[in-house]
Ligand binder design. Structure first.
Ligand code: 5GP
Ligand code: ZN
Length: 137
């Protein structure tokens, strides 16, 4: 994927503020951070989104995210962190190379990663649960 910006950053071809690197991932600071320390974990192999991610990467990325979040708490003094991962343009994905956001959250910091809760309809919920559970059998 020679035209993929995150392939080029992950491989080191394009320099970045790297906070962590191993054989599978490079974790970098986001160029337009939502908060101080906002980090992206990029797999070194190109996957479009989570539906393509292979099992090796999938198994490794969550422990890495936890480790980065813990480092943010101890070294940057955040009170918590969000793990965000967008799949598809409709979900806000702008770079079509799978990545995970680790966003530090500071005490009294601004609201983010929020949605407006709606009321659920029991019949519709039952129908949705049935549709999905059937597909997931
Ligand atoms: P998405 O919206 O696809 O989930 O997130 C893409 C993220 O990548 C955004 O937060 C954006 O600021 C960040 N980003 C886009 N291009 C670059 C870049 O060239 N370098 C870095 N460090 N971050 C980038
Ligand atoms: Zn890529």
């Amino acid at each position: 994927m020679e035209n993929c910006i995150f392939c080029r950053i992950a491989s080191g071809e394009i320099p970045s503020q790297t906070v962590y690197e191993d054989d599978y991932f490079r974790a970098i600071l986001d160029l337009s951070p939502a908060s101080k320390g906002h980090t992206l974990i990029l797999p070194k192999k190109h996957f479009k989104d989570v539906t393509e991610l292979d099992e090796t990467y999938a198994a490794k990325i969550l422990p890495l995210a936890a480790k980065i979040g813990q480092a943010m708490k101890t070294k940057l003094g955040c009170a918590g962190f969000n793990i965000v991962q967008n799949n598809g343009e409709a979900a806000g994905q702008t770079v079509m190379h799978y990545h995970m956001h680790i966003i530090p959250r500071y005490a009294d910091g601004p609201q983010m990663v929020i949605w407006e809760p709606k009321e659920s309809n029991p019949d519709e919920q039952a129908q949705i649960a049935s549709l999905l559970s059937e597909a997931l059998k």
